[in-house]
Design a protein around this ligand. Structure first.
Ligand code: 4UW
Length: 595
């Protein structure tokens, strides 16, 4: 059977608009209009710098002109962005989209090689990077790997280091640093170009889509490992991004004017911008949707602990919270939270949690702490350009449920025999809707296996849907590990571990962890030489080998991919065709004493 959404559908899904046009030029009567209102739409948490609709547009437009004129960005040129959250992040993205160009967000915690690989895989010709020394060092190294010259690197400065534009500051803004452009410098270059060439340059650089083109034109290449293998670039078309924002409006019955009272209150609510803008949840739901809906977004560069986040929530009276399960764990268990609870209860109106499972037990604890909060889970995927399920408006939270099908979204549940099943039966969740993306770049096989006939996307998640339409995530059929909501592909670590001299084969699984959700754990079959050493040297020698393997990963991979432990076995369990039997490894891990 096909499960359909009971939620209010979106009536009009424009297929002629790119993301830029949707956000800056599209004002149907259903959208709260923030133009000329003075309402801040972006607020920088560290500096309190604020941007209205007009300021965001001006910065975006000027940057876009300079990107076209000084950095050679053309329609379909790709650029990677390797940065922590900032109010410049969305301006950068939308400046690229304004030119018909494509953005590939890379995790700000990546090490140089991981970044280099993504630049190559995405075929990026330009790299945006945060100003901090570690990011710069990694970016310069990655740029070398990927043959990106220095003047095709753009440094996104911390807002407090940027001089605000004024006639008196003109010319004092640093345009280049270490041979790379600065973002504020490019914006000033844009201003110079517009002064010299007039508004015609604004028109001539703007790439406008033809009717229908939004359905095929790529806006983002965001990486996901899908159901198996290495991370792949998911081609996210403009239509998927704009549709998901409109679906979020419809599902949540967002009012059409500023001040309208509903689940979200445009012009009054303030949204928490702490989730990484590089991840589809932080990018689509927490960045694009609030801007479209007229909800101010307090952008926090990165999560610096629960107390720091709480102080920001209270300072800016942040009423709309987007959270991942490890944050819920901290709200429920961290002793620093209690003194702030009264204040938090006063400002919080809404919270949505997702990107990884949230247990019923934690859900109950969270409800107990915030009894009046309108909260629940949602779920989504990179491949579904954000949300596919969300908790409905006006109903009590259903513990353990990831919510109900989003507006304009359909689902099937398909069991291991390939049969579509009905209510309360287990099977793989298949999804269909306007937010489903185009497929994986450079990987037709994976695309064919995941994006199947009839417009369906196979999620790789085992679910059950009950008669109320509540979707429950039961297990993950795919090979994905989720650490604090971030994806870790076992295949990436397995391939990497083979480069360690003591490793002859490796299998990596996720181990439950209360604060991170899961952590990667490796089973290792040792090389002949290492086996001999381990046999003769006893447990001390084994421990040395174990430490060296842990360090090998820690030295070369970003933190959330680090192994929490290593166990040695004779052979990695595999099928006759060589597929790793992960369930067997999971059973083995349960029997192991804690490392
Ligand atoms: N319960 C159990 C959940 C859940 C879950 C996701 O990193 P990706 O590709 O993407 C995401 C996106 C999450 C998201 C986007 C927009 C949004 O509004 C929202 O609200 C909460 C969440 O995580 O990983 C996709 C995989 O993550 C798992 C599931 O396995 C899915 O296929 N996942 N949400 N509530 N598991």
């Amino acid at each position: 059977m096909i499960f359909t959404s009971a939620a209010e559908p979106v009536k009009e899904l424009p297929d002629h608009l790119d993301v830029y046009g949707f956000l800056f030029e599209y004002f149907p009567s259903s959208r709260p209009d923030t133009r000329n209102t003075g309402l801040p739409l972006f607020i920088d948490e560290q500096t309190a710098q604020q941007w209205t609709f007009e300021e965001t547009k001006e910065n975006t437009d000027l940057l876009s002109v300079a990107l076209a004129e000084k950095c050679g960005i053309k329609p379909d040129t790709r650029a990677a962005i390797y940065a922590t959250n900032s109010i410049y992040y969305p301006a950068t993205i939308w400046a690229m989209h304004r030119l018909g160009a494509v953005v590939s967000p890379a995790n700000a915690a990546f090490m140089a090689k991981e970044l280099g690989l993504q630049i190559q895989e995405s075929n990026s010709k330009l790299l945006f990077v945060s100003e901090d020394p570690v990011s710069l060092k990694n970016a310069f190294e990655a740029a070398k790997i990927a043959n990106i010259p220095r003047d095709r690197i753009v440094i996104i400065q911390e807002p407090y280091t940027v001089l605000k534009y004024s006639e008196s500051n003109y010319g004092r803004i640093q345009r280049k640093s270490q041979g790379a452009w600065t973002l504020a410098g490019l914006i000033e270059e844009g201003r110079d170009i517009v002064k010299a060439k007039g508004d015609a340059i604004l028109t001539s650089t703007r790439y406008k889509l033809k009717p229908g083109e939004a359905k095929t034109k790529i806006a983002f290449l965001l990486f996901s490992s899908g159901t198996t293998g290495l991370p792949k670039g998911v081609a996210i078309q403009h239509f998927a991004v704009t549709s998901n924002a409109l679906q979020t409006m419809a599902f949540n019955k967002v009012g059409s004017s500023l001040g309208a009272k509903g689940r979200f209150c445009p012009g009054k609510d303030v949204s928490l911008g702490v989730l990484p803008q590089v991840h589809i949840f932080g990018l689509s739901t927490c960045t694009h949707f609030p801007f479209y809906a007229g909800i101010a977004n307090v952008v926090i560069s990165k999560f610096r602990g629960i107390e720091a986040m709480i102080k920001t929530i209270i300072k800016y009276k942040i009423s709309v919270w987007w959270l991942v399960p490890p944050m819920v764990v901290l709200f429920c268990k961290d002793p620093s939270v209690a003194p702030y609870l009264d204040e938090l209860r006063k400002v919080a109106r809404f919270a949505m949690v997702g990107a990884a499972p949230l247990s019923e037990d934690l859900s109950r604890q969270f409800s107990k702490i915030f009894p009046k909060l309108d909260w629940g889970q949602g779920s989504g995927m990179t491949e579904t350009c954000s949300v596919t399920t969300m908790f409905p408006v006006g109903e009590p939270v259903v513990m353990g449920s990831a919510g109900r099908l989003f507006s304009n979204t359909e689902a099937k549940v398909v069991n291991s025999e390939g049969t579509e099943v009905g209510y309360d039966e287990l099977g793989e969740l298949w999804l269909r809707g306007p937010q489903i993306t185009l497929g994986y770049t450079n990987n037709e096989k994976a695309t064919r296996e995941t994006y199947v006939e009839g417009g369906w996307l196979r999620s790789g998640d085992e679910v059950r849907i009950d008669r109320n339409g509540d979707v429950f995530f039961i297990d993950r059929l795919k090979e994905l590990i989720k650490v604090k909501g971030f994806q870790v592909a076992p295949a990436e670590l397995e391939g990497f571990l083979l480069d360690h001299p003591d490793v002859s084969d490796a299998g990596v699984i996720g181990i439950q962890d209360e604060s991170a959700g899961e952590l990667p754990f490796a089973f290792i079959a040792l090389s002949q030489d290492a086996k001999k050493r381990a046999a003769s040297g006893g447990s001390k020698q084994q421990d040395e080998i174990r430490q060296s393997i842990l360090k090998f990963v820690a030295d070369n991979k970003t933190r959330y991919k680090h192994l929490c432990g290593v166990a040695f076995i004779d052979a990695i369990p595999k099928t006759a065709s060589g597929k790793i039997l992960r369930r067997e490894m999971r059973d083995m891990a349960k029997k192991l004493a804690p490392e």
